[in-house]
Write a protein that binds this ligand. Structure first.
Ligand SMILES: Nc1nc2c(c(=O)[nH]1)N[C@H]1C(S)=C(S)[C@@H](COP(=O)(O)O)O[C@H]1N2
Ligand SMILES: [Mo]
Length: 315
């Protein structure tokens, strides 16, 4: 993101992304000429949405439910710098990424450190569907039907001790399969973290699936985080290590660009990124921008975590 042009907000990029999006959803196959007429083509929302039911944030009375972003878009427009700093190539580059066998080691300040195989996690923690808004710091968003289990259940099982104040998530190091990890501009492996009470919030989800299918590699298989009230970069992919720590972790993004990315990264339309506004966003599949909501619309669930904090300065 620090190398990123503030691309998401230029009309040219908007056009290009919409073309790519339509190609992915098959809209172009139906005829490129509809491009100019397809402002928010409702056809965009009709694909592959077989399994959606439980909406985590039910629509307020009189408000239409937000349709889930098509599977094709969620799985072909990916930020995953281990593979590429461009979104479109990620799916192909990640296709043969080895996700089995896989273990995640949970340790640090815990009474019962444990290394779990993915299969064991799935056995121990019943998988739920959570349809979450996903807001990237670059200014685009999706609605994603994840499957997974609340992180709090996993943390409870290892029993954090009194010294544990933060949780640090680490992505796998595997440069032989992840070409982006040869780019020494970034401090691999990808790391990010949460305060312990944030991590214990019921919304924080360990994701194992998408649209009722196993999580594809480009979306962070076999295990990634979804923290829907924070910018997307907090939702770490391909997690192999979860450490309970005493000090606030320094994320890859804080290291790469400390003036632009902080630890909290709560979605906040009132605090601009140094290079662009955060007041609105482009929902993938829509043409006009929509207003970005404080805490990405999850204030009711999480605002109490930040009582007394200055949300303008604690980015
Ligand atoms: N390991 C890792 N996790 C990551 C990233 C990354 O580059 N590497 N990108 C983040 C960013 S910026 C976003 S917006 C989301 C994108 O998730 P998605 O591709 O499933 O939509 O993943 C986040 N998690
Ligand atoms: Mo992002």
């Amino acid at each position: 993101m620090s190398k990123l042009r503030s691309s998401e907000i230029t009309p040219e990029e908007l056009y290009r992304s919409r073309r790519a999006f339509m190609r992915q959803t098959g809209a172009l196959a139906a005829g490129a000429l509809i491009l100019s007429a397809c402002g928010g083509t409702t056809a965009d929302t009709t694909t592959a949405s077989a399994t959606t039911t439980a909406v985590v944030d039910p629509p307020k009375p009189g408000t239409p439910a937000e349709p889930s972003t098509p599977y094709e878009a969620i799985t072909n427009y990916n930020n995953y710098y281990e593979f590429s700093t461009d979104k479109e190539p990620v799916a192909a580059l990640a296709r043969n990424f080895t996700t089995k066998p896989w273990t995640v080691a949970v340790g640090g300040f815990v009474a019962k450190p444990k290394t779990y195989a993915t299969e064991e996690l799935l056995q121990r923690f019943p998988v739920e569907e959570r349809i979450y808004r996903h807001r990237c710091v670059e200014g685009w968003s999706m609605v994603i039907p994840w499957q997974g289990f609340p992180l709090r259940k996993l943390l409870a099982e290892v029993e954090p001790t009194a010294q544990a104040k933060y949780v640090r998530f680490t992505t796998i190091s595997r440069p032989q399969e992840m070409p982006g990890q040869h780019d020494s501009y970034y401090s691999w492996p990808y790391v990010d973290g949460l305060r312990l009470d944030e991590a214990m919030n019921d919304l924080a989800l360990m994701v194992t699936g998408l649209y009722g299918k196993p999580l594809p590699p480009q979306n962070g298989a076999p295990l990634r985080l979804a923290v829907p009230w924070k910018y997307g970069f907090k939702s770490v992919k391909a997690i192999v290590k979860i450490d309970l720590v005493a000090e606030q972790p320094t994320s890859l993004w804080m290291t790469a660009s400390p003036d632009e990315y902080g630890f909290y990264a709560n979605v906040n339309p009132n605090v601009p990124h140094p290079r662009w506004s955060q007041s609105s966003e482009r929902r993938i599949g829509e043409t006009s921008r929509r207003k970005t909501l404080l805490f990405n619309g999850y204030a009711e669930e999480v605002a109490q975590l930040y009582t007394g904090m200055n949300l303008r300065t604690s980015f």
